[in-house]
Design a protein around this ligand. Structure first.
Ligand code: FAD
Ligand code: A2P
Length: 271
């Protein structure tokens, strides 16, 4: 009969509600969480969905989120920024296990294996939360069935922002479900740009100078062998595209597979 009871009931009866099962805060600006997966939801690793919370009037605030878990996982994982005044994330950062979020079960996106022609090496190039789609693809057996080597380059300003990705990558070889597929195929190249770290520099600079190839003992990229997926700010994506094109790679799409694909990690402020 109270306003709170009515609000609680309206949340419970939200269409597309899913229940939060885990939350982990990585820094004051980054957290990850897991939710129940709708039985009917099928998606391809690397795709995104719309998720959200109701506002104070019960109207959904929805935003695009990459699914960070692989398609075989029985739950869904997300990796999120906390924007202090962000309409969604100023609320979403407070979710706890047992809470409900809205999840529209219509996965879409370009960062899928089907959008690339066959190749030998697959490069994942991400800044910030742009690692989320690759957290999914790095846990998909198909990634390792299709490629001899998978290289995850992730760059953030500070080392603490790399931690979600580092712990995920380091857990994979011993993972009971995916470990045998990963084997020694996955190479990890994390860098910082604004804090001292064992490897530093922008992805663009490390590709252009050839430093990443030297450090990993790999030959430079070429259009015959290399495929790439890119996910960061608009400015990052544009700068990486220019470099991939210099190596001879061409942009593909679901309907027209080629050598690389790109998706924005977020909209705004990028350029
Ligand atoms: P908004 O009003 O949406 O954003 C406010 C401002 O915050 C933006 O203008 C931008 O400058 C900045 N911002 C927003 N998102 C980010 C970000 N991720 N990193 C750095 N700065 C940002 N966000 C995630 O955290 N994880 C994801 O997996 C994710 N996947 C996305 C996939 C796609 C295809 C797109 C288009 C966006 C994705 N986003 C993701 C961004 C997400 O949709 C929201 O923008 C974000 O959750 C912030 O929502 P908000 O309402 O709090 O603020
Ligand atoms: P830098 O510190 O040199 O700007 P942000 O936190 O601004 O979203 O950036 C995330 C990471 O992406 C930072 O390490 C940043 O490096 C890097 N970055 C930002 N813009 C570009 C770009 N246009 N090309 C390459 N790297 C970029």
């Amino acid at each position: 009969s109270t306003v709170n009871d009515i609000a609680a009931k309206s949340v419970r009866t939200l269409p597309d509600a899913q229940t939060v099962t885990h939350v982990h805060h990585w820094t004051d600006r980054l957290f990850s969480f897991r939710v129940t997966r709708p039985k009917s939801l099928r998606f391809r690793s690397g795709e995104f969905v719309m998720i959200g919370l109701p506002d104070e009037n019960g109207k959904p605030i929805l935003r695009a989120y990459s699914i960070a878990s692989p398609s075989w996982d029985e739950e869904l994982e997300f990796y999120s920024i906390k924007v202090p005044d962000g309409p969604l994330t100023s609320r979403l950062q407070h979710i706890k296990p047992g809470d409900q979020i809205i999840l529209r079960p219509k996965p879409v996106g370009t960062l899928v294996l089907d959008a690339l022609l066959p190749g030998k090496r697959l490069w994942f190039l991400a800044t910030g939360t742009g690692i989320a789609p690759f957290a999914s693809l790095m846990r998909d057996p198909e990634t390792y069935e299709k490629y001899d080597q998978v290289i995850m380059m992730h760059t953030c300003r500070e080392a603490a922002e790399l931690e979600y990705g580092r712990q995920l990558v380091e857990s994979l070889p011993d993972d009971p479900l995916i470990g045998e597929f990963v084997g020694d195929k996955l190479k990890y190249y994390p860098t910082t740009t604004r804090e001292q770290f064992h490897h530093m520099g922008r992805i663009t600079d490390n590709l252009r100078s050839g430093k990443v190839f030297q450090d990993l003992g790999l030959s430079p990229m070429n259009a015959a062998d290399d495929r790439a997926m890119v996910c960061g700010s608009l400015a990052f994506n544009l700068d990486v595209k220019a470099i991939l094109e210099e190596f001879g790679l061409r942009e593909g799409a679901n309907s027209d597979p080629k050598e690389y694909v790109v998706e924005k990690a977020f909209v705004g402020d990028g350029i």
